[in-house]
Design a protein around this ligand. Structure first.
Ligand code: TYM
Length: 326
């Protein structure tokens, strides 16, 4: 039996090159070696207010992006979280297993609740439990994610261990898969902050569906550090980030990337980087156009059926162990 992968992304904002390089790219690379589940996590999206029409449209668009990235629906399961109600049900069970202190320690919660005081949404607080539910329902072995999800994965492991200890062996303890390069692509406007879908400054991110001109403009406006050399250097986070993107989109070894720009200034490097990103995204953007909405709806329907078969078995097992009939 193949081991299982589970991962997901929120259908909010626009997916950017950080989401691709940190997560989707690895889903595609790993999918054939595993039994793979890729989820569009629309229930996570509603932890902050969403426009219903936009959420509906973005949910389908994200499925399109998964397919365009190379997720193969004949092999991997692509589905929408709300189509499998067991996700919300197991999340409730996990609410009863987790402790306030554990959730209060989550750095993403701390960031998102800053300045909101008692007004912070409870959905944001329990968000990691829905994520743990996603993962544990499929008895997942490996979870390919970016660096920002590492702490949520650690919590998931703790909850699975606690449940197994208290109720008997049920869940697989999942391992994170965080790529050695690309797990934290930074904002083009502020290289100390991660590139983000919800960033108010759209110049901070290259979106996967951006056209060539926007990409050129955004790279041109990207902040740089003092100094002239185009080299990998952690102490110069702006150029380090841009060069990391160049490395990942060209697939060149790091020495070769540096050699190409030796003695050349930032202007030359930025032009080359913009063209490399445009070339990299071209086949993806063409594929994105090639799927019809009806075809995507069918893929999601059959994905939800396959996912539900497994999710309902796991939930039944959990309820049985807790003394709840289903
Ligand atoms: P989300 O939608 O914020 O992001 C999707 C994936 O992209 C990664 N990522 C990045 N990687 C590199 N550089 C960046 N700047 C960057 N920004 C985001 C994220 O780490 C993620 O892998 N809670 C999750 C979705 C989720 C999930 C799950 C993931 C829900 N349930 C179960 C795995 C397993 C989230 O909000 O991802």
């Amino acid at each position: 039996m193949k081991k299982r992968i589970f991962s997901g992304a929120q259908p909010t904002g626009n997916l950017h090159i950080g989401n691709y390089l940190g997560a989707l790219k690895n889903w595609v690379a790993l999918q054939k070696d595993y039994e793979s589940f890729f989820c569009i996590v629309n229930l996570h999206a509603i932890t902050v207010p969403q426009n219903p029409e936009v959420l509906r449209r973005k949910t389908l668009e994200l499925a399109r992006i998964y397919l365009a990235s190379g997720i193969d629906p004949t092999h991997s399961v692509i589905f929408v979280q709300s189509d499998v109600p067991e996700h919300a049900e197991l999340a409730w069970v996990l609410c009863c297993i987790a402790r306030m202190g554990e959730l209060e320690r989550m750095t993403q919660f701390k960031d998102k609740s800053k300045g909101k005081g008692e007004n912070v949404g409870t959905g944001i607080f329990v968000y990691p439990l829905l994520m743990a539910s996603d993962i544990l329902l499929y008895k997942t072995h490996l979870v390919p994610v970016g660096q920002d999800q590492k702490q949520h994965l650690e919590l998931t492991r703790d909850l699975a261990e606690r449940f197994n200890r208290d109720y008997g062996e049920t869940f697989v303890i999942p391992e994170p898969y965080i790529p050695p390069v690309g797990s934290k692509i930074q904002s083009l406007q502020n290289p100390t902050k991660k590139m983000s879908k919800s960033d108010e400054d759209a110049n901070g991110a290259i979106f996967l569906l951006d056209d060539a001109d926007s990409i050129r403009k955004k790279i041109k406006k990207a902040v740089t550090d003092s100094g002239m050399e185009v080299k990998f250097d952690e102490s110069r986070p702006a150029i380090n980030n841009l060069l990391t993107i160049y490395r990942l989109v060209t697939n060149l070894p790091p020495e070769e990337c540096e050699a190409r720009f030796a003695g050349k200034g930032y202007g030359y490097f930025k032009t080359e980087l913009a063209e490399a990103i445009i070339e990299f995204l071209k086949p993806f953007q063409q594929r994105a156009k090639s799927f019809k909405d009806e075809e995507i709806v069918e893929i999601l329907k059959s994905g939800a059926e396959k996912a539900r078969e497994i999710a309902s078995q796991t939930l039944k097992e959990v309820y049985d162990k807790m003394g709840i009939n289903r």
